[in-house]
Design a protein around this ligand. Structure first.
Ligand code: DHB
Ligand code: MG
Length: 230
């Protein structure tokens, strides 16, 4: 019992620290809150990133002087709003979404957040959309948050569409440890995430880290910087 109380106390403190961090560094405005409501109303799963992850994307966008951002997997546009707001007025976010119904929610989210002038949602399979983006490359920041088995393929494209100094971020690269070891290999999603992590570590043009940063500290981003060619 004593043990359980201590665990509960730790959980409460973690939760309070998280709330304070969000309030100080990444408060959500009406548009972001409305997008979360729209996510639920459209029957989409509430698997959007959290506000601190949104703010981290903005800091990373600043670090690579992002003018062009590519997102693979839009969900309802929550992360897209954070990303678009990191851009100058002349910047461009292209977000790829496989579901036409979801893309409509995304478009409305961008409009009500006032970023529709710089954020474009492209409907279709990312496997088909990515090769069509070669003319618009390089992208300064790429954010991957889509179907997990395809992550290794999306990483190949992210590198191809980047420049030295570009930053490639992928969500869900820890998965309570399932994305960190061979044991992942019986689960297609986890296997894709594990391969993704390995690829970021082995690739001569990447320097990468994965960090736990969700509410219960069991999942988070893989962040990789594209290095100059040797
Ligand atoms: C799932 C997908 C996500 O991108 C996420 O952040 C959490 C969960 C999922 O498919 O279960
Ligand atoms: Mg995700």
């Amino acid at each position: 019992m004593q043990q359980e109380t201590e665990l509960q106390q730790q959980a409460r403190i973690r939760h309070e620290v998280e709330e304070n961090l969000v309030q100080l560094f990444a408060p959500e405005d009406e548009a972001l809150r409305t997008t979360i409501t729209a996510t639920k109303e459209a029957g989409l799963p509430a698997i959007h990133i959290n506000p601190l992850q949104g703010k981290l994307l903005q800091v990373l966008a600043a670090a690579c002087n992002a003018q062009k951002i590519l997102e693979i997997g839009s969900l309802a546009g929550y992360s897209g709003i954070w990303l678009a707001r990191a851009l100058p007025p002349t910047g461009r976010l292209i977000t790829l979404e496989v579901s036409p119904a979801h893309a409509e929610v995304v478009q409305r989210s961008f409009e009500q957040a006032g970023v529709a002038d710089r954020a474009e949602v492209r409907v279709g399979s990312a496997h088909e959309s990515l090769p069509q983006l070669v003319d618009q490359a390089p992208f300064d920041l790429v954010f991957i948050d889509a179907d997990k088995p395809s992550y290794p393929h999306y990483l190949d494209w992210a590198i191809r569409l980047s420049r030295p100094g570009s930053i490639i971020v992928a969500d869900n690269c820890i998965r309570a440890g399932q994305a960190l070891s061979e044991s992942a290999l019986d689960d297609q999603g986890a296997a894709g995430l594990y391969q993704y992590n390995l690829q970021t570590l082995k690739h001569p043009r990447l320097r990468a880290i994965a960090l736990a940063m969700d509410e219960d500290y069991t999942d988070g981003f893989n962040i990789a910087v594209v290095l100059p060619e040797a």
